[in-house]
Design a protein around this ligand. Sequence first.
Ligand SMILES: Cc1ncc(COP(=O)(O)O)c(C=O)c1O
Length: 241
Amino acid sequence: LEQDNEYVLISEKPAWQLIEKWVQTNPLEIKRLFMEAAGFKQESPYELVDKRKTVTTKSLGLSYKEPIVMVSSLFQYMFNDKGNTYLDAYNNIPHVGHCHPKISQAITTQIRNLNTNTRYLYKSFTDYSEKLLNYFPPKLCKVFFVNSGSEANDLAVRMSRAFTNRNKIVILEHGYHGNTSLCVKISSYKFDGKGGKGLSGNIIKLPLPKKQAASIKRLHILKHIVKNFSSFKFLLVAKCV
Ligand SMILES: Cc1ncc(COP(=O)(O)O)c(C=O)c1O
């Protein structure tokens, strides 16, 4: 048959139309429609909210009045169960984007090979530390690996207290530094918020600069703090999830 034979080409037009429709339809929505058509019960967001209430406490708050059920994400995008795409400008700190293929691959390779703590010797620890330190000025010459921002901030406070032999900590109003006991004590967002226990001893809360005078005063205090911490030598690396 010739390439432009009418018999061969008769179904080409509807085929292209179908492909065009598929391209325009999110695969997650197609999956949902197939599941629905095949009689599989789809859990509504509200059913999921109710189930969530039975397995955890209300202290883990949900964002949005109409809760969004997220099913996957990639780079700067997140996708919900209905196949909608969201540009993520808010979700917690995924510096290189969601599910970055290089990061996912590196995590998979490592977890299948060796997953242990820093009490043992292994080459990747020193290799990675050296690589990281190359990005920092020579003064920042030691690395600690931690699991979260909270752990990094907690450790930073402990180290600075050990180094300075002082206990007082200066913080800014509205700040959030994490969810360990210590981080909550230095997070005005937490201790001044609903259910918060207020300012603890040894914590000094400064206002955010609202007027020029206030910001100049704050700058003086910050300059003093930076001067005192100028021989700080540690780089804290937090795993961001
Ligand atoms: C500014 C800031 N500091 C610290 C943290 C705590 O980090 P993590 O949730 O990894 O403990 C967060 C998390 O939202 C944060 O936004």
